[in-house]
Design a protein around this ligand. Sequence first.
Ligand SMILES: Cc1cc2nc3c(=O)[nH]c(=O)nc-3n(C[C@H](O)[C@H](O)[C@H](O)COP(=O)(O)O)c2cc1C
Length: 185
Amino acid sequence: MKLLSFAASFREQGNNHTLAQLADGIARGAGAEVEHIPYASLEAPFYREDAPDAKVPSGILAFAEKLRDADGLMIAAPEHNWSFPASLKNMIDWLSTLQENPLANKTALLMCATPSRRGGIAGLLQLRVPLEVLGCWVYPQVVGIGNVYKTLSAESISDAKDMAFLTQSVQDFVRITGLFCKGQS
Ligand SMILES: Cc1cc2nc3c(=O)[nH]c(=O)nc-3n(C[C@H](O)[C@H](O)[C@H](O)COP(=O)(O)O)c2cc1C
């Protein structure tokens, strides 16, 4: 089973990058092959419907190719003003303009690392919507990890409940993605 993973933050050392790397390790431990995608490679100008002949950015095309060949996607997205980052919405919009929708029939696990105590869940619930509209199956429980400057490191999350929740969610996501793979073969 192949998973793609990225943090929707241009800060390569940011909290969501750290969370994504933790999730990658757990998923690999559960038997998945995981490719981590640098978010900078997905940077794209705003999609403009009044420029229909505009070239799809090469990074978006390359990601779409990888996505077609993958079974699922793990996204760690920062919360921006109780929603998810505009750059991520723009990336999804570009993907949706491609002839063959690369998000269809993929699974997705949504995560957020934030300094706030709420854990970024408001943003993740909004991120579900365009992904589901485009045919993704989104794991029911989003993984919001709060208070990250005190608890999150490259090795672990010191809050035991949060670490257990992340581990159990990623392992279960890998299990369910495996069931999707079997169903499609
Ligand atoms: C424009 C903007 C809006 C933000 N809005 C929120 C928010 O609504 N909720 C929240 O918990 N954090 C918010 N933050 C703080 C981010 O969660 C925090 O900076 C986070 O560490 C960013 O992710 P990164 O470290 O992966 O880059 C916001 C940050 C920015 C720049």
